[in-house]
Design a protein around this ligand. Sequence first.
Ligand code: C5P
Length: 220
Amino acid sequence: MADVITIDGPAGSGKSTVARILAKRLGYIYLDTGAMYRAVALMIKEKGISVEDKEKIKKLCESLRIRFSYESDPPKIFVNEVDVTSKIRTSEIDMLSSIISQIKEVRDAMTRLQREIAQKENTVAEGRDMGTVVFPDARRKFFLTASLPVRVMRRYKERREKGEDVSLKQIEDELRKRDMQDQMRSISPLKPAKDAIIIDTTDMSIEEVVERLISYIENC
Ligand code: C5P
């Protein structure tokens, strides 16, 4: 049975970068489950499916072939063999993925696929419900947090570096809304697993967070 390390937390907590570096250091694969929800959101948008149309969404999820390619770093994500890696990183998909991730049919399909992927190889699984729902038996679980202003600033820098014309206020409004939606939904809400180690990354660099995680991993 392959080993799974889970990392959950809100947007901007640093979990994606940390999970990616940690996976590399340990020789594990990095499973970016947010990218999977983003990919579904993109397909719903491109096919013009209403978020109310659960039947169509269910059929769509059953027909989608989502896979990661680990030949590049960060990994690329393909849907039906089309590379959607950059298309899923927009403000519109940020919000749409948070809406469609509330749908049971979408979560069931993604959970199944996530377990399938992690069965084959040692995995660092990153998302919102990795420690609570998808891999409740994982031995090492982490939950990263950071203050809202720090998360806003991290996301703002990321977006500006990509050349996007966004304001701090816009990012703050989006993060607040997404946090609220992710925490308040009835299925698999964003919350730490009872046995997760919670790390506040507000005043920490990425390297410091990675070192902290490695020292926990080596000691348990
Ligand atoms: O992590 P990322 O910001 O890419 O995730 C996009 C959205 O996908 C989140 O806001 C959340 O609603 C959803 N998500 C989820 N469960 C996960 C990972 C992401 O519901 N395991």
